[in-house]
Design a protein around this ligand. Sequence first.
Ligand code: UD1
Ligand code: UDP
Length: 393
Amino acid sequence: MTSPRDESPTATNSNPSSTPRHRILVILGTRPEAIKLAPVIQALRSRPFCRALDTLVCVTAQHRTMLDQVLNAFEIQPEFDLDVMRPGQALSDLSSRIIGALAPVFDEVKPSLAIVQGDTTTTICASLTSFYSGVPLAHVEAGLRTRDMQAPFPEEANRVLTSRLASLHFPPTDWAASNLREEGIRDETIITTGNTGIDALFQTRAGLEAGKLASVAPQLRGGKKLIVVTAHRRENLGAALDEICRAVLQLSRRDDIEILWPVHPNPRVRKTVRETVCGRANVSLLEPLDYVSFVDLIQRAHLIITDSGGIQEEAPSLGKPVLVLRETTERPEGVEAGTVKLVGTGTATIVREAIRLLDDEDEYGRMARIRNPYGDGRASSRIAQRISTFLGV
Ligand code: UD1
Ligand code: UDP
């Protein structure tokens, strides 16, 4: 495959008396994009890169409250805020709002490079807008694949299409890099960096340990084992989420555990969870926690049950066993490392696997080991370095 713009662009406002400066436009819209791009933004805005690069942030606000939680945690004030979120938004409406609002931002900024992350609607819409504007694109967390366009839906399609449009690819792992090579992407445009989510995690854990960051996550009483649950995938809405809720109900009958579930604000998630799980002993439904508090919470968890992508990456670094509520994953490294197990969405399997981890100490010990398949916490500085080389600074 050939990339749309492989040559390094020239600086936008070169001035013979000062260093030429390039503008970089970072576009993000959801909670996970913000968590994983915050360290990249910090790296690009720190020495030595800040001498030659102006890094501007445009949030689509595909998520509103959950995005703002992360922007606050990392003290990021976006230069542009498109404020597109609507309750229960449909993919096509959301996409047209993002592209319509983003094109004028590209016209105004005239960036030398655009940066996107992951596989959301914001990611693919920003990638398209960048392509239409003739601006080279860098893709953070490139190369994740399930090879099934329906799972996760629509994320698999979003990341495949973004890879076709990008000029620079930053896969987190060797496996992700090999996926890109198999699709014909040129080797010299692929830089394996580790996952920037691990940079965010290590930074936040260090802040908590040093007492510089504070958590408001609930504390448990009475020495119970904490199980953290999250669920939001579009392909799990409906019958699968119903099954997941029934599993949580069955587990909640044990008196040696306490289940905390920060519930995704998607109205379809909330309706099912409230109708099935609300008011049960040993289960607390919470609002989404700010990132710092969530990191504190999963550090205290005994077990995590989730369909989240980001949590699958964080848990191995913390040595926390994860049961993944999906049939397939684009993150096989955590499964190979032994911390993550795919259990699907059937009630019986979820309950059986959770009980095994609660009652079988050997099985628990095998899964609860710290591994770092997703990086060493320095992915963002590798990305900043490669971007500055790409821009010739
Ligand atoms: C999106 C991403 C998914 C990611 C998930 C992270 C796509 C296609 N999917 O999920 O990959 O894992 O975000 O959470 O982009 N809502 C709020 N406040 C918020 C956020 C959401 O009220 O801060 C509600 C709104 O009613 C919104 C709904 O949740 O319409 C769904 O949000 P949306 O971003 O469309 O979710 P997904 O596409 O399911
Ligand atoms: N997270 C958070 N608060 C919560 C639940 C999750 O800050 O209440 C963080 C979590 O640590 C991870 C990210 O959100 O970094 C995952 O986001 P999500 O599951 O919404 O999206 P995905 O990773 O599946 O795309």
